[in-house]
Ligand binder design. Structure first.
Ligand code: F6P
Length: 756
């Protein structure tokens, strides 16, 4: 209906204007025709009367009587005779008084002129009469023109009706044709987009000639929609559902495979013989677990638990525990010598100290390298085995698996491989220490995207590649082109889930304060500091405890009124450096506690044991402050977890300037862990901080976590991957984006294209 009106209204308007504009033209035209006819008639009358008039011209009465008979014709209004030299014609009484005799001659035979008097419009024509010597008199014929006006009027009316009828007819035809064409066009487009109809001749199943165009058109529309959706990720509320939508819409429901060394849950045989599930103390696990719950993919990890083999199915799979539909864990088994060489040796005695500025020398052994390669191959094999399509989205986690991206790429060239390096990346000089530096870089550059927590680490990586490999490093777009492939190097600061499930499940803050203080035999209003880490030399535990000691020296009023509780999960305990570190830490705690021995409370409580997430959250919520003193850390999720746990908006965070988190949480008290005096003053400041100030700082930090949660971290990577896939499709179709047409660009494979 709307469509019809859209055609009809303008059409009617055009016709109306045309009709009105044409009326004067029609008037003039018909008038000219009538005048011409009447003038001819006048000539005819003149020639008819010529002879009788010549006989009667001597007898004016007879002439008038003759003329009077003539004007019985209704259209002949008057007739007169102009003798040579006469001024006024001799004629009927109806002859208008204004009519005068014109000069006689050939030229006098002019066409008539119209005059208007009381009788209406009259046409006056003067026609010469000839004798042997030429024209010598003239006949004046006056004809009634009013009939012409009547006819004009009628013509106009008919014309009007004609145009109206014509307009209606044209409108109807137009509407019918428009409706039919529109429907046909829409159906045609739909069929085109479905690849049917016009494209596929009836009864044939083969793809029509226009099918490629339809596919391109369809892909283009989808891509435009996607680009539009993802243009501004600030408009998106980042939740598990957002991730699912991204997978569904942007990545066409691709299956997601996560591969990491550490598994998200460990089956352990307990002392009483039962199998219990343990959650490892791992920032990586804390971050990836909610992502996997949202995406329901497959998580491939090393089965390191004492009862892990007992619970898997024939394919080494076990479902994630919990009521909600979760994800599948596929366990990879490593022989003891593999675990020793790959995990303890190359990864944690080599790469871990190499990447952290924690003043522990890395140790590299060729036997460890061999096991590292072998173990990486096992993980890559598992990814290929778990992939249900040729182009899965694979999320490779951390420094244990640096060779895996290349190994997957070789077997699944169309896979989208997103590798995330959870620890810092050192400068090129430091990295050059590693004898297998080129192999590691080559392995990582099998990724489509390689992510770090900070821009600083991205820059270090680009510098390293620039120094080590024959590769093109594009610092404008943060891409590396290597072996005809392009890898995007990008910063994705990891975060925690929001709202944090463990915090929601924990008792109220007051209850947590009471529970924890009671557990450690501390008075109800005792000031409490908390630290929660693995027992790792990068965490700065010695520096932290020296700061506590210094605080007691500088502010002795806190002795017996403040206790620092340190949870240190045992980790990598077979490595000598870790054993030595634990011994040093224990000794230091013993010495400090002895020095500030107080009947009311110890200075430091050191708990070297595994704690589940729920217990950890109780500690976070019970504390007046949390001290994160890492000597070097990619991000440090403990800092973010503490903030997430404090829905009472109280508590103070002391945060090392050498963590990635310090860049995002400036409202914390940022400290240099090597500066004991500064840290001691920060501890004192935190303990004396007003509730108002605590709240103001905590609110800002919580707002940041709410906005930049872990779903956004993963979502941003998936969106970038989707964007790369789309560009890959363009290249595969031969539609090369302008930015890749530079001569210097190596031919990019369809799947790997750069980032703008
Ligand atoms: O920081 C790197 C990392 O993989 C973290 O993600 C995690 O917190 C920690 O190491 C776990 O170490 P491991 O798996 O050796 O216990």
């Amino acid at each position: 209906m709307k469509l019809s009106l859209r055609f009809l209204v303008p059409l009617i308007l055009v016709l109306a204007v045309l009709t009105l504009a044409s009326m004067p033209l029609v008037d003039q035209l018909t008038l000219r025709w009538f005048m011409k006819d009447l003038d001819l008639r006048a000539s005819l009358i003149a020639s008819t009367v010529e002879e009788p008039v010549q006989h009667l011209e001597a007898d004016p009465d007879a002439l008038r009587a003759y003329f009077a008979r003539l004007i019985l014709d209704e259209r002949l209004f008057a007739i007169g005779y102009c003798a040579e030299g006469a001024v006024r014609p001799e004629g009927t009484s109806t002859l208008p008084a204004t009519v005068r005799c014109a000069p006689i001659g050939e030229k006098a035979n002019t066409s008539g002129r119209v005059v208007r008097d009381a009788h209406g419009p009259l046409l006056i024509s003067a026609k010469p009469i000839h004798d042997a010597f030429g024209a010598r008199a003239s006949i004046v014929v006056v004809q009634d023109m009013s009939f012409a006006e009547r006819r004009n009027e009628e013509t106009r009316r008919y014309l009007f009706y004609f145009f109206v009828a014509l307009g209606i007819l044209i409108s109807l035809i137009t509407v019918v044709v428009a409706q039919l064409s529109w429907r046909g066009w829409v159906q045609g487009m739909r069929a085109l987009l479905r690849g049917e109809g016009l494209l596929r001749p009836a009864g044939r199943t083969s793809v029509g000639e226009l099918q490629p165009i339809a596919d391109d058109l369809r892909a283009l529309i989808r891509d435009l929609e996607s680009e539009h959706r993802m243009r501004d990720d600030e408009q998106i509320a980042w939740t598990p559902k957002t991730l699912r939508d991204i997978l569904e819409r942007e990545l066409r429901g691709s299956d997601v495979i996560v591969v990491s060394n550490r598994e998200p849950f460990i089956h352990v045989r307990s002392a009483d013989g039962s199998i219990v599930i343990q959650r490892p103390a791992s920032g990586l696990v804390a971050a990836i677990e909610p992502i996997m719950r949202a995406c329901s993919g497959t998580w491939i990890a090393h089965g390191s638990g004492s009862a892990d083999r007992e619970v898997v199915d024939a394919h080494d799979r076990v479902a994630a525990p919990g009521d909600e539909p979760g994800y599948a864990l596929r366990r990879v088994w490593l022989a003891p010598e593999e675990e020793q060489g790959y995990y303890y040796g190359f990864a944690n005695e080599g790469l871990w100290p190499l990447c952290h500025v924690a003043h522990v020398r890395p140790t590299f052994r060729s036997s460890d390298w061999e096991q590292y390669e072998r173990a990486n191959r096992r993980f890559a094999d598992a990814v290929v085995a778990e992939a249900r399509t040729s182009d899965p989205v694979v999320l490779v986690q951390d420094y244990h698996l640096a060779l895996v991206p290349r190994m997957i790429r070789e077997r699944l060239p169309d896979a989208t491989i997103i590798t995330f390096w959870h620890i810092p990346w050192p400068n090129p000089e430091a990295f050059a220490i590693c004898p297998w530096r080129d192999e590691l870089l080559d392995g990582l550059l099998g990724s489509s995207i390689l992510g770090f927590h900070t821009q600083f680490h991205c820059n270090n990586f680009l510098d390293t590649v620039d120094r080590q490999l024959e590769a093109r490093v594009d610092r404008e777009t943060f891409g590396v082109s290597y072996r005809g492939e392009r890898t995007l190097i990008k910063r994705y600061p990891i975060s925690v889930e929001w709202p944090p499930a463990s915090a929601l499940a924990a008792p109220p803050v007051d209850a947590c304060r009471a529970i924890i203080r009671a557990r450690h035999g501390l008075p109800a209003e005792h000031a409490l500091g908390i630290g929660i880490e693995r027992m790792d030399y990068t965490k700065g535990l010695e520096e932290r405890f020296r700061a506590v000691e210094r605080m007691f020296e500088l502010h002795p009023e806190w002795i017996g009124r403040f206790t620092f509780v340190q949870i240190a999960a045992p980790t990598r305990t077979s490595i000598e450096q870790y054993q030595a570190y634990e011994n040093r830490v224990r000794a230091l705690v013993g010495r400090i506690n002895e020095r500030f021995a107080n009947r009311r409370a110890p200075a430091i409580v050191l708990l070297v044991a595994h704690h589940d997430a729920d217990e950890v959250y109780e500690y976070y919520r019970s504390a007046d402050l949390c001290f994160v003193s890492s000597l070097h850390d990619g991000m440090n999720l403990v800092a973010k977890e503490f903030v997430a746990a404090r829905d009472d908006e109280a508590g103070v965070l002391l945060l090392s300037q050498f963590t990635g988190a310090a860049r995002e949480l400036p409202e914390a008290l940022i400290v240099n862990p090597y500066d004991a005096d500064q840290c001691a003053e920060a501890l004192d400041l935190a303990l004396g901080m007003s509730v108002r100030m605590q709240r103001a700082r905590m609110r800002l930090m919580r707002a940041l976590l709410q906005e930049f949660n872990v779903y956004r971290w993963a979502g941003r990577m998936l969106l970038d991957a989707a964007s790369m896939r789309r560009r890959g499709r363009f290249i595969a179709r031969g539609v090369t984006p302008l930015k890749f047409t530079r001569q210097s660009d190596p031919p990019a494979r369809a799947r790997v294209v750069g980032e703008s």
